[in-house]
Ligand binder design. Structure first.
Ligand SMILES: [Zn+2]
Length: 124
């Protein structure tokens, strides 16, 4: 007896010899679980990047690279820290390491303040 590939299912597979699942529902449940295993971390990272990008976009008009934004305001706007954001150095700024996501960047300038800027060029 061939058993359905979905581990929680004990049905027998009837039909073609290359058939792995008892039904389409179990085939997609199995594939969804596999994808979640493979891409779960990636998807979380992407969601973090998206919400941080939206945060930078929303708060940029208040900061424009010069006005400090309070850390609470930043986190209240769904800022999500992630080590995968791109780090770029600003040559006009002696200690300027900006973390950037596409055309926006931020820098923590003190324990409680952030600067948010928009980059002029998109050098990647
Ligand atoms: Zn099944």
């Amino acid at each position: 007896m061939r058993k359905c590939k979905l581990t929680s299912c004990y049905k027998e597979i009837i039909g073609r010899t290359d058939k792995e699942f008892c039904c389409d529902t179990h085939r997609s449940a199995y594939n969804n679980a596999q994808n979640k295993k493979l891409f779960g971390g990636m998807s979380k990272r992407f969601n973090n990047t998206k919400s941080t990008y939206k945060c930078l976009q929303a708060l940029y008009p208040l900061s424009k690279g010069v006005n400090p934004i309070d850390i609470n305001t930043v986190y209240n706007n769904n800022f999500k820290e992630d080590i995968y954001y791109k780090i770029r150095s600003d040559h006009n700024d002696s200690d300027g390491k900006w973390i950037s996501i596409e055309d926006y960047g931020y820098r923590q300038i003190s324990k409680t303040e952030f600067l948010i800027n928009k980059t002029k060029n998109n050098d990647r």
